[in-house]
Design a protein around this ligand. Structure first.
Ligand SMILES: Nc1ncnc2c1ncn2[C@@H]1O[C@H](COP(=O)(O)OP(=O)(O)OP(=O)(O)O)[C@@H](O)[C@H]1O
Ligand SMILES: N[C@@H](CCO)C(=O)O
Length: 317
């Protein structure tokens, strides 16, 4: 029986938590903003068929697709458990643009591994699977970071713990907040956007980073919306990355003037996000971004809520 997994888009960093905070997203209009991967059947040789809006941007050679690496990684893990896994036929519905800042590679990785694990009767527990997802994400972006794979797999707002036993902790969210996201249509490579960041930061920056993150987590637990919003500032990446993003400052100014609670870069960009507490404000900001931030036909904007469900697996009869 074939198995399909859907893995939602995610925003890494959420401005104030570079590499250690990530949020899963679901458009309120029901758009499927995430990749779907199916394991169809066992075959003599591995095969992968790509479909979906952004399939044409994927490498033509199936073995260059991260989904193939997921299969190889899964096969190796199974071999360590003494389980032999045969080559399979897989399908990737590529709904997320590559290099978008929406956790596109993470979405493919999470959906592929969740589907493979389900196809073989869930031999890996969720922590083992998440660790493997992080390893594969690190292969693409140049260093292991879980701020896309963890929310994509588990849903909600995840704070990275990275202990031996547990990768991430689920944080409370404000379910009356909307998250407007806008992808400009340009592609920004995560590894390149990491390379432009300083290797070291000065003391005042690290103190600001720690203070904001601590206050944010405290505010979430106490339900203090105003305080949580007040500390959503990016002192690590935005000052260096925003020069890569055309119209970023104008977008921030507009969002703030409209009453956005926070505005920032989603992951390594070029997608930007605005957190707002009114659907009308969300609609105004979405419209402005569509008219002024999108650069080509690949771009889009959505009003989202937090996707609390994470990855969804189904069996296709
Ligand atoms: N299924 C896949 N999905 C996305 N990228 C893939 C996939 N398979 C291979 N790749 C390659 O991996 C690289 C992904 O680069 P990068 O990490 O910058 O993008 P991303 O994960 O899409 O970014 P983001 O997390 O910002 O959305 C590209 O070179 C792309 O061709
Ligand atoms: N935390 C990562 C997310 C990449 O999507 C970064 O900002 O480089």
């Amino acid at each position: 029986m074939a198995v399909t997994a859907y893995a939602p888009a995610s925003t890494g960093n959420v401005s104030l938590g570079f590499d250690i905070l990530g949020l899963a997203l679901a458009p309120i209009d029901g758009t499927l903003l995430g990749d779907r991967v199916s394991v169809l059947s066992e075959q003599a040789e591995f095969s992968l068929v790509n479909t979906g809006r952004f399939a044409h941007k994927l490498p033509a050679d199936a073995t260059q697709n991260i989904v193939y690496d997921c299969f190889i990684g899964f096969q190796k893990e199974m071999a360590e458990l003494g389980i032999e896994v045969q080559p399979v036929a897989m399908q990737l519905e590529k709904n997320l643009p590559i290099g978008s800042g929406l956790g596109s590679s993470a979405s493919s990785i999470v959906a592929a591994l969740a589907a493979l694990n389900a196809y073989y009767g869930n031999p890996l527990n969720s922590e083992k699977l998440l660790r493997l997802m992080g390893k594969l994400e690190g292969q693409i972006s140049g260093s292991v970071h879980y701020d896309n794979v963890a929310p994509c797999y588990l849903g909600g707002l995840q704070l990275m713990l990275e202990s031996e036993q547990k990768i991430s902790l689920s944080l409370p969210v404000f379910d009356d907040w909307y998250w407007v996201i806008c992808y400009s249509g340009a592609s920004v490579s995560t590894s390149a956007a990491r390379e432009i960041l300083p290797a070291q930061y000065d003391r005042s920056t690290t103190i600001d980073f720690g203070r904001q993150l601590a206050v944010f987590v405290d505010a979430l637990h106490r339900g203090d919306r105003a305080l949580a919003a007040a500390v959503m500032n990016d002192v690590i990446a935005e000052p260096y990355r925003k020069s890569l993003l055309k119209n970023f400052d104008a977008a921030r100014s507009y969002a703030e003037q409209e009453g956005a609670l926070a505005f920032g870069i989603s992951g390594s960009g070029p997608t930007v996000f605005a957190a707002v507490d009114s659907q009308q404000t969300a609609a105004n900001i979405k419209l402005w971004l569509e008219q002024n931030y999108i650069q080509n036909e690949d771009g889009f904007a959505h009003i989202c809520k937090v996707d609390t469900r994470g990855t969804q697996v189904s069996e296709d009869v």
